[in-house]
Design a protein around this ligand. Structure first.
Ligand code: ZN
Ligand code: ZN
Length: 315
């Protein structure tokens, strides 16, 4: 069995799902952001400005930037309702309509008479968006907070801006606990770039699709046909009942993680084709693949559920 990111036809398109322009608190114009990401070799960008009254509830798109090889997908970072620590929710939505109905969020302070986090996440999904629980560690989210966002497709497991400026980049703990409860969530790495700090080009998704169009990319995101990276590339993953083979650009560590403390690891010099036994993970309902290169840069597969590969190899 091969996860959909590798079995699906098409090619990989590199994109950043989380960016702020000067339509909210970012430094660069929407067109300027597109130019920087295009020049860096990206294929698409989501300008996810803060959807609050302070910025007139922006769903930002470039005004004058056009490049046939580089697209933008409409989106926003939504803020409404309080998390358990009394702060406002941050929810990332990719694929929002331009006229997405404003919520009642004048600023970043939670108030009465506004949608809860779960409610606004649900409304985004109903409007067609791919929804991510943003930066759990930075926000100080509890498991109950994360669990409440029933509509989410993914957890933001690496946020480059939070890494660079607060050293709180992580979402894996939250993700793995939700996976242990059976939640079928994927994972994304993003920049959350504002360009006021060196918070760009540090985390991205590689999305498999036949074409680079907003509809095709959004469909693949919802299908889970992607992986996330800070540098190395996952080329292919093949899973049998008792082993996994990971093909990648040269890395020094390949890890398969499972539920609880379960893992298996291979260390080496320039690993490009690595076979690992699943013996120690045979009780885990899901697996994830992590590769780490000699600079410490990582790439991560989405979770792979046991029923997907066991059913296939038994058939
Ligand atoms: Zn945020
Ligand atoms: Zn943000």
């Amino acid at each position: 069995m091969r996860p959909i990111a590798f079995s699906k036809s098409g090619k990989f398109w590199r994109g950043n799902l989380h960016t702020h322009s000067n339509c909210s608190d970012g430094l660069l114009s929407p067109d300027g952001l597109c130019q920087r990401y295009k020049d860096e070799g990206y294929n698409f960008l989501v300008i996810s400005d803060h959807f609050v009254g302070l910025y007139n509830y922006p769903v930002t798109e470039p005004s004058d930037f056009y490049d046939p090889e580089f697209i933008t997908i409409l989106g926003a970072e939504l803020h409404s309702g309080s998390t358990e620590n009394g702060e406002i929710w941050h929810i990332l939505a990719v694929g929002l309509p331009k006229d997405f109905l404003p919520t009642n969020s004048p600023n970043f302070v939670p108030t009465d008479n506004q949608e809860t986090g779960p409610e606004i996440a649900k409304r985004c999904v109903e409007a067609g968006a791919f929804v991510t629980i943003a930066h759990p560690q930075w926000s100080g989210l509890t498991l109950a907070d994360a669990r409440s966002i029933k509509a989410a497709h993914a957890v933001e497991v690496y946020n480059h801006g939070c890494a660079v400026s607060t050293d709180r980049p992580d979402g894996f703990h939250t993700l793995d606990l939700l996976l242990a409860e059976g939640r079928k969530l994927n994972l994304v790495a993003t920049d959350d770039a504002h360009f006021s700090d060196p918070d760009y080009f540090g985390g991205w998704v590689m999305v498999k699709s036949n074409g680079n169009s907003p509809d095709a990319i959004l469909k693949s995101l919802k299908e889970g046909a992607f992986y996330s990276s800070q540098g190395p590339d996952l080329v292919d993953i093949e899973i049998e009942t008792s082993s996994v083979e990971v093909h990648s650009t040269p890395v020094s560590t390949v890890i398969i993680q499972g539920q609880g403390s379960a893992y298996v690891v291979q260390h080496g010099q320039s690993l490009v084709s690595t076979q690992l036994s699943l013996e120690r993970l045979k009780k885990s309902p899901w697996l994830r693949v992590t590769i780490i290169d000699h600079n410490g840069k990582r790439a991560w597969s989405n979770p792979i559920w046991r029923h997907q590969f066991q059913a296939e190899s038994e058939a």
